[in-house]
Design a protein around this ligand. Structure first.
Ligand SMILES: [Zn+2]
Ligand SMILES: [Zn+2]
Length: 420
């Protein structure tokens, strides 16, 4: 069959093939191992209804970081149905999952299939993590169906709290990633990029404490904690001119007082600071602390600054990226090059402990902003559904490449160590 011209949306491939629901099963997968890869695609297509129902259920029932109880329960149940030995909760996080299934033909690699499922406060699934949960489960279903032909072990890791708190780092510290030979995770986007370069990042909670007083009767007795916060935002705004284009600093006010006639004695903000360079990031961290303290000095208030949830920069594994790219090209999906729009992710922390990929696949029209109502609504369209199944297929096929070719696993580890 002729290969389709490159495209960016899985639905376009599906429509062009003339058989919308079975595009992934009518086009020949990439060599090598085309036959088991076709079986993967067929298994995932056969499970289409349960995979997409999971995506839609999680989308309709959004839960923020560390509180993804219902999403995690749904995922754990489905993995149990498909023959996985499920550990939930796993480690110290109540909403983490570790589910394993041994291949039946001896020793081999341990390949990690990851899933995220947290939502954004006040927005819902504006990052499309419902599609990541469903595609991870879909990949696990596809691989489980051919466990009789695989060596090694399929390791599904349900990873909470990507949007806040870097849950994957907590799971790494809990030992849940030990022994993995690869970690594979897709992310939805408005374009398709095999390699992404997220920024080092951290959450910063800033709290100012002053002294209450009547805002008209005796304001001179007060110490205004809101003024401190306003000064901090102004300082950050001025600081931006001296920052590199690849640095980011942004925040929201959590608390700014309770009434106009009370001098606020307490104010709080949630900031994030980010950089593409870990060394520069450390300097930014110190500078931000100075800005916080300067605002406290100016307003005669006190400040506490708490950094949490450190995400690192990403080490894209070249060998895994090449294999994923070959698998997606077989379905006519174009790699649009390195993603120029960088956020941050705790998947980058995983990339420092084992070979890792975190490719983007398009679910929405190009130009749709991330973390928005538009992207949230795009995460349950037919386009998003097709991309979810595509992502499940490509992740599982890349896992098949690793399970069936020990040399590829060795090459991925060599590439991992070369980037040290
Ligand atoms: Zn996000
Ligand atoms: Zn995300």
């Amino acid at each position: 069959m002729a290969r389709p011209k490159p495209d960016r949306l899985a639905t376009n491939i599906a429509v062009r093939s003339g058989e919308r629901v079975s595009a992934l099963t009518t086009l020949p997968p990439a060599a090598p191992f085309a036959e088991p890869k076709l079986r993967i695609a067929e298994t995932i297509e056969a499970a289409r209804a349960e995979i997409l129902e999971l995506s839609h259920q999680i989308h309709a029932d959004p839960e923020p970081a560390f509180e993804e109880h219902r999403a995690a329960a749904r995922i754990a149940d489905l993995l149990g149905v498909h023959g996985y030995e499920v550990e939930h909760p796993a480690g110290s996080l109540k909403t983490a999952i570790r589910a394993t299934r041994r291949g039946l033909v001896g020793d081999g690699p341990r390949i990690g299939i990851l899933a995220e499922y947290d939502a954004l406060p006040g927005l819902g699934h504006g990052c499309g993590h419902n599609t990541m949960a469903a595609s991870g489960v879909g990949a696990a279903i596809g691989l489980a169906a051919m466990a009789d032909r695989l060596p090694g072990e399929i390791v599904f890791l349900g990873t909470p709290a990507e949007e806040y708190g870097s849950g994957k780092q907590i799971m790494i510290d809990d030992g849940l990633f030990e022994g993995l030979d690869a970690a594979l995770l897709y992310h939805p986007c408005d374009r398709s990029h095999v390699e992404t370069y997220p920024l080092a990042s951290e959450d910063v909670e800033v709290v100012y404490r002053g002294l209450q007083s009547h805002a008209s009767a005796d304001p001179w007795r007060g110490k205004n904690a809101l003024d401190a916060l306003i000064l901090l935002f102004t300082s950050v705004g001025l600081w931006r001119q001296q920052l590199r284009p690849t640095a980011r600093v942004h925040g929201i006010i959590r608390e700014g007082g309770t009434a106009a006639n009370i001098i606020p004695h307490r104010s709080a903000a949630w900031f994030m600071i980010r950089s593409e360079d870990e060394g520069e990031y450390e300097l930014m961290r110190d500078r931000f602390r100075q800005l916080c303290e300067a605002a406290a000095l100016a307003t005669d208030t006190t400040v506490t600054i708490e950094y949490t949830g450190r995400a690192r920069t990403m080490r894209n594994n070249r060998v895994l990226a090449d294999r994923f790219r070959a698998n997606m090209t077989a379905y006519g999906i174009e790699d649009m090059g390195d993603d120029p729009n960088a956020g941050s992710t705790d998947m980058a922390n995983v990339s420092w402990i084992c070979p890792t990929i975190h490719p983007d696949l398009a679910i929405a029209p190009e130009g749709t902003p991330g973390h928005s109502i538009l992207f949230r609504d795009a995460a349950v369209t037919p386009e998003a559904d097709e991309t979810t199944l595509l992502a499940a297929t490509l992740i599982a096929q890349t896992a098949v490449d690793l399970f069936l070719d020990p040399d590829l696993v060795a090459a991925a580890w060599r590439a991992f160590h070369e980037s040290d």
